[in-house]
Design a protein around this ligand. Structure first.
Ligand code: GLA
Length: 393
């Protein structure tokens, strides 16, 4: 993004007004990278994501006629409609995310005035870095401010998740929207996904740097496999409940309890999924402590165990992510590496010594290309602030 002035000019080009002193307000919401705690959010467990500095901008001008026009710098065409008659339409593609947010506000009884909105973004698409959550969160934040609705950011993250679950029809957990809304520069967020209790964890990595590696394998089957994993976890919780009275989610099952009751989980798939989730919750808490006490090495070890568990037990990695993992591990100065996000393609996140970054990129590129024929892309991962209005130029 080349500055807020350029964004205003683009808005004016697209909508035919905006350069004569009309008030255009600009909002931003980031994508996220999950450091650890994968496939734990939908069972009430722990996650540790960080907001990125990559994200989605929205330039907003309210209208008084209850119509909306949505445009994006990444897609041709404009999606138009009535703010009080919002329906999902496959042909509207990306615009279903903001429309889903409109719809959620209306379900809360909010009367929307109508808007022209231009979206601009720099999150690589299909990489599992939550471009959709960032579109939802930037829309939710914008409407909340423009209409002076007074919802808290946490409430907006829940609203955005409902938009994705119920309007777009993707059955995700709360992690992506929460990270996009509540992220803080220089920090990750430890979140317990059933209670939404959270705390910020400083990313004081010393001589180490987080690097995101995009496998450039477009995610495929992600949605159907994701839903299948959710079902398997639910099946497991239903069995566990009979043996652990009072336990309603996997996020509240301790390792000791798991040891006692695991023998009751007889379907082998279900056993593996639960074994992953319960250990992953523990790794997430242990990683938080490692980060808080400056034990970067220990954090790296947890990342590696997390990937192995996602590969062997939760079975959501695939050959591309596994190859990136293996290649990264072999680089001297790489303390930890793992897939991040839903899996089946997308990205890994690695913890690499600052002086080893270029060796890391060269070595991983060579190895990965040799084995898969694909070329990876690297992003230095800086953690940024969550959804907000941008003031100034
Ligand atoms: C996707 C979902 C999240 C979470 C992750 C896996 O990113 O949107 O809610 O379940 O997968 O950890």
């Amino acid at each position: 993004m080349s500055g807020l002035i350029t964004l205003r000019q683009t808005f004016a080009k697209v909508f035919g007004y905006g350069e004569r002193g009309e008030e255009l307000r600009i909002f931003f919401a980031p994508g996220r990278v999950n450091l650890i705690g994968e496939h734990t959010d939908f069972t009430g467990g722990y996650v540790l994501p960080a907001a990125l500095t990559y994200g989605t901008w929205a330039v907003v001008h309210p209208r008084q006629d209850r119509k909306f026009r949505l445009a994006s710098t990444s897609f041709a065409g404009m999606v138009e409609g009535d703010a009080d008659k919002v329906v999902y339409q496959q042909a509207d593609g990306w615009a279903n995310y903001p429309k889903g947010v409109f719809n959620e506000f209306m379900r809360l009884g909010v009367r929307l005035s109508g808007y022209d909105i231009l979206f601009d973004g720099n999150i690589p698409k299909g990489a599992g870095l939550s471009s959709s959550a960032s579109i939802e969160m930037v829309t939710a934040t914008a409407l909340n401010q423009v209409e002076a609705l007074g919802y808290t950011l946490v409430e907006l993250t829940q609203l955005a998740q409902r938009a994705e679950n119920q309007f777009v029809g993707v059955n995700c957990g709360i992690m992506d929207q929460f990270a996009s809304g509540m992220g803080r520069a220089g920090h990750a967020v430890l979140l317990k996904c059933d209670t939404l209790v959270y705390r910020y964890v400083p990313l004081a990595l010393g001589d180490y740097q987080l690097i995101i590696t995009n496998s450039n394998k477009q995610r495929s089957l992600t949605e159907s496999k994701y839903n299948q994993r959710r079902q398997e976890c639910e099946e497991g919780v239903n069995i566990l409940r009979k043996h652990l009275p009072g336990v309603v989610s996997l996020g509240n099952v301790s390792l000791e309890q798991w040891q006692e009751v695991q023998r009751y989980i007889t379907p082998p798939e279900v056993y593996k999924r639960l074994d992953h989730v319960i250990h992953e919750n523990n790794r997430t808490l242990a990683s938080t402590i490692a980060l808080e006490t400056g034990d970067i090495q220990d954090f790296g070890q947890h990342m590696i165990q997390s990937h192995e568990s996602l590969r062997d037990l939760f079975e959501v990695t695939g050959p591309e992510l596994d190859t990136l993992f293996e290649e990264a591990r072999q680089v001297e100065g790489c303390l930890g590496t793992r897939m991040t996000g839903a899996g089946f393609g997308g990205c890994t996140v690695s913890l690499v010594h600052r002086e080893a970054v270029s060796t890391f990129e060269t070595q991983v590129t060579l190895g990965y290309r040799g084995k898969t024929g694909l070329t990876p892309t690297f992003y230095l991962c800086d953690s940024g602030d969550g959804a907000r209005e941008l003031k100034g130029r």
